[in-house]
Design a protein around this ligand. Sequence first.
Ligand code: MRU
Length: 358
Amino acid sequence: MKSILDYETVALVDEADAIEIIDQTLLPGKIEIIRLCTAKEIWDAIYLLQVRGAPAIGVTAGFGIYLLMKYSKAQSYDEFMEEVKEKSDYLNSSRPTAVNLSWALKRMEECVKKFCSEAGSFDKEAVIARMKAEAEKIKAEDIEVCRKIGEFGLSLIKDGDGILTHCNAGQLATCKYGTATAPMYLAHEKGMKIKVYCDETRPLLQGARLTAFELHSAGIDTTLLCDNMSASLMKSGAINAIFVGCDRVAANGDAANKIGTSVVATVAKRYGIPFYVCAPTSTIDISTPTGGDINIEQRKPEEVTEMWYKERMAPEGVKVYNPAFDVTDNELISGIVTEYGVLHAPYDNAIAELFNHK
Ligand code: MRU
């Protein structure tokens, strides 16, 4: 029988002018593949978290802007670029925190500019073919980068380790391996016996619905816990290392990830457990100086009060605090695992050096 890991998180179906995704809001109960064709469908799928996780959002945006420009009626380079900009701005407005969204859209725009300036002319068909190739490259690179993160992350794991993770930075958040889960998949491939503990991740339950689902499907020893249970688990000695993903790393190493991550990092520090942030360089935003400069997405109160319950479980009219992400201060982070290696504090220097040399 097909497992969730046999499905592609995001795929281009060019002949149908569509992006295919797994509708992640239905997991784990139902695996349904849906097609996105219009700008509104792509925007909604990102906003509603049918496709989510920073790298997967970036790949969707790359395919999205290609498809939206495929039948452009622009007559000149200037008209074409104006349309790219307008459509990119629209897609980019779907979610603010994961930098991979704007990163992918900017990369697509830059590739058009470079292609036309090198060609010295505007050949619309050729430009569109170039956009398709670039979007496919973003996806292929994501798989390679996650594998590399897995290899570097593996050096931080020992046979028999208990590993805690928060939210879903797994295959469902990328095109393969995931970021935080890549070391786990590689350890499992090598026959290492690891025990993975997944925080359920309130309010949207990505840990329960997605991470526990994919790791358990892979045959990895997986245990689910409510978010408020992780301190007692850490205190018990069951956890040797923590791996989480990331939506945006600032230039000083502060890292925004799913709400609750900074609680895990703070408790980990208390119990002396190494806390690793796995981040492709596409998630590092050197134009954002610190975590305080990161725009944190606020989401609807209904996600907290009723979304996963048969009936509303909070009093009508009560105020709700529902930020989708929080920032883990760089001093709580033991290492940032990138596709180029593991960065250590001081992160401002390590990140600057990485960007100067990559
Ligand atoms: O709101 P989500 O589900 O998109 O949040 C996802 C996360 O916080 C992930 O940890 C992050 O995007 C990294 S995915 C490799």
